[in-house]
Design a protein around this ligand. Structure first.
Ligand code: MN
Length: 735
């Protein structure tokens, strides 16, 4: 068992100015309150906080972190509360312990469905102080190392959580060493059989592999010395089991075909120039595999990782990877953000300490915040998990702005992602893109090294279509946010109009209620909604009926007395004619903006054309569906008369084109199709599609899809087709 004095010694040698007395007090407090508690192994519970504190001391963290390591389970597992911790140890340690206790609670709550929300909360709790992340990782690492005494189900659950959350976070923070250990331990506990099988497979090859590695590292050392390249050491390694397992599964290959089963690593002295020198030596010994070379020194990964990677073909035709980096880069590759602690100058005063912490906090925020932001506007937890995974495992692509700025994007990213990565406004106003000087479609996948130029127009807006091909959560969230804000604004407007209309029916002045903030709020409250706008939005979405709102406003008695439907009921006849009369275009008609406008859609049954008489039907959650007044479905929709609204076509600034199918019945003779398409072309109308066939009764059936602006335009098209000799009949067809 590790002793507290060993921990103190480590802290003192790393950070001579540390207040080790704090650590001693934390130890005594922890020992006192965990007294009598046992771990699953039967050991005293105190072993766990001691080991966690030891890991933290080895990471060279400050005395506050090490003390928190000792105290991290006290609130969770004993009767001590945060106030007591505060009275003994002050605010700083208390807030760290608080963060860790919260994470423990969230983790215990964890059910499949809440997973995404939990990850978000955990990340948020961790971001409040970087040290919370580091302490939590140390805590998890020790628990993973000592899992053998737990039941298999519990082991599996904790391992899965480690793979889903903690290993990715360690990776994100560049902490390669902890990440590897967490992954391998999770793999071992989650899939014990597969782990054993794979371990055995590697073990049978191990002597041969180690022999090969020995030769490789020896050759490299010799040549580096010969060429005066200042290096610290050359290491060889066999691929870790978890990453090997993942690779075998993903590529469905056998172990013999894994090219990086073994790899060598050159650690040079601290000047990146030495790395490139070493690289040239390596390429001199063996032939490099083209396209396997990666320069993470010139362009570091966003988790700060720097290294040169190259694959070369070895003596017997076996390829292997060589990684080259300086000592400092190596430390960062292994320890990530934690390595920052090591580069602190001499002895630090309190203030400087804070400055380092601050800088670290910024780095961690930069790395972890995207994980949280991506949930703020996303309610769908599956979406979130997906975007989380994308953000956690960046397979990066580097592209350039025309001015040479590097933009780092996940693989599969498109110009829209690129635009949003530059600035949200650039994204919102993006209308096109050039890649390497050529105009491309917005859904084009960006490749490494592409120069991407975004074309913008100041008044253009995001499109829902973009969601089909953007991959960054930043772009997704901005687009979704825009769409929902747009939908909301429109549904508030629609809701207001519907309510006004209903008020007029009841002979109440619309202004009187709509400007009565207090009453509107009261009614909204009855629906469990907060603000008057929420109530209007709900009406606009078709979730709340204006009649019911009025009933709540007036009270049952007054409502019944004023109800115009009651008065009409006796005289109203059912049937289409009566209804048609009832819904004649009124002055309060809602204006329908465009074809694919967000809150209005054209009914697929009748595909109403600009200029045709229309009515609107409020569908649940989908906004207003526009039907031709003569559509055969209108009659059945009339059953819900409350949902029928007057609508009219807006005057359009831009002419919009709509496709309409027309069927012409003709005599069966040659040249009919040409005659008809000529007639259409003559009046400068676009044809999207046309085909001809012969019917059973020997008539020609020609169907054309034309692009028209409005009803008038369509009428012209129909009459000019009708004028073609041989045409018997022309009609419009609907889906
Ligand atoms: Mn713990």
């Amino acid at each position: 068992m590790i002793r507290i004095e060993d921990i103190i010694e480590t802290v003192e040698s790393n950070r001579p100015e540390s207040d080790v007395d704090l650590i001693r007090r934390a130890y005594l407090f922890s020992a006192l309150h965990h007294r009598g508690q046992k771990r699953a192994s039967g050991e005293p519970y105190l072993v766990h906080p001691l080991e966690v504190a030891h890991i933290l001391a080895e990471m060279r963290l400050d005395e506050v972190s090490v003390s928190t390591g000792l105290l991290h389970d006290v609130v969770e597992d004993t009767l001590i509360d945060l106030d007591t911790i505060r009275s003994y140890f002050g605010d700083e340690i208390t807030s760290l312990v608080d963060g860790l206790t919260k994470i423990a609670h969230i983790s215990n709550l964890s059910k499949e469905r809440q997973q995404a929300e939990n990850v978000r909360k955990m990340v948020l709790a961790m971001i409040t102080d970087v040290r919370v992340v580091l302490i939590k990782l140390a805590d998890r690492l020790h628990n993973m190392r000592t899992m053998q005494f737990l039941k298999p189900e519990k082991r599996a659950r904790i391992s899965q959580e480690t793979l889903d959350i903690y290993a990715p976070i360690a990776h994100r923070l560049g902490m390669g060493k902890i990440r590897s250990e967490l992954e391998d331990l999770s793999f071992q506990n989650l899939y014990p059989e597969e782990y054993k099988r794979l371990a055995a497979e590697v073990d049978t090859r191990r002597p041969e592999l180690e022999d090969a590695l020995e030769k490789i590292t020896h050759t490299i050392e010799e040549k580096l010395t010969e060429n005066d390249v200042p290096f610290v050491k050359v290491q060889g390694r066999v691929k870790r089991l978890y990453s090997l397992w993942k690779k075998l599964k993903k590529q469905k290959i056998t172990i013999d075909r894994v090219y990086d089963l073994i790899a060598a690593r050159i650690i040079t002295q601290n000047d990146k120039k030495n790395c490139y020198l070493a690289l040239s030596v390596v390429h001199d010994i063996w032939t490099p595999v083209p396209e396997r070379f990666k320069d993470w020194i010139a362009i570091p990964r966003d988790n700060l990782y720097q290294s040169l990677h190259t694959s070369v073909v070895g003596d017997r035709g076996h390829a292997f990877e060589v990684q080259i980096r300086t000592e400092e880069m190596h430390q960062i590759a292994e320890e990530g953000v934690a390595a920052h602690w090591k580069y602190k100058e001499k002895k630090l005063g309190k203030q400087e300490d804070d400055a380092t912490l601050d800088e670290l906090r910024k780095t961690v925020e930069k790395l972890l915040l995207p994980l949280v932001e991506s949930t703020e506007e996303t309610e769908d937890s599956e979406d979130f998990i997906e975007s989380l995974k994308l953000d956690l495992y960046p397979k990066d692509v580097y592209a350039f702005t025309p001015l040479g700025k590097v933009i780092q994007l996940p693989r599969g990213a498109t110009p829209v992602d690129f635009a949003y990565a530059i600035h949200s406004e650039v994204g919102d106003n993006c209308t096109g893109a050039k890649i390497n000087g050529r105009i491309v479609q917005l859904k084009t996948e960006i490749q490494n090294g592409d120069v991407v130029e975004i074309l913008t127009t100041s008044n253009s807006k995001p499109s829902r279509d973009w969601l089909n091909y953007v991959v960054t959560s930043r772009a997704k969230n901005r687009i979704r946010h825009w769409i929902s804000a747009q939908q909301r604004a429109e549904s508030i407007e629609i809701g207001r109009k519907l309510l006004e209309k209903e008020l007029v029916k009841f002979s109440i002045s619309p202004k009187k209620l709509l400007t009565n903030e207090v009453e509107m709020k009261r009614i909204a409250g009855e629906y469990g909604l907060g603000r008057p706008e929420d109530l209007l939005a709900s009406i606009g979405y078709g979730k709340t009926f204006p009649r019911n709102v009025l009933a709540k406003h007036l009270g049952a008695e007054k409502f019944a007395a004023l109800d115009p439907e009651k008065k009409k009921e006796t005289t109203l006849r059912t049937g289409f004619k009566a209804v048609k009369k009832l819904i004649g275009l009124g002055e309060d008609a809602i204006v329908v903006k465009g074809v694919d406008n967000l809150m209005t859609t054209r009914g697929r049954c009748c595909n109403p054309l600009r200029g045709e008489p229309i009515i609107g039907y409020i569908s649940l959650g989908k906004g207003i569906v526009i039907h031709n007044k003569n559509c055969k479905n209108v009659k059945s929709l009339m059953v819900n008369r409350d949902r029928i609204v007057d609508v009219e076509w807006a005057k359009s600034e831009k002419e919009e084109i709509q496709s309409v199918r027309i069927l012409a019945t003709t005599e069966n003779r040659t040249g009919m199709l040409a005659g008809i398409t000529n007639a259409i072309a003559e009046i400068k109308t676009g044809i999207r599609d046309a085909h001809a066939e012969v019917s059973k009764d020997d008539q020609g059936l020609i169907e054309v899809t034309v692009e028209v602006f409005d009803k008038k335009h369509l009428d012209r098209v129909i009459s000019s087709i009708g004028n073609v000799p041989g045409v018997i009949d022309v009609e419009r067809v609907n889906a």
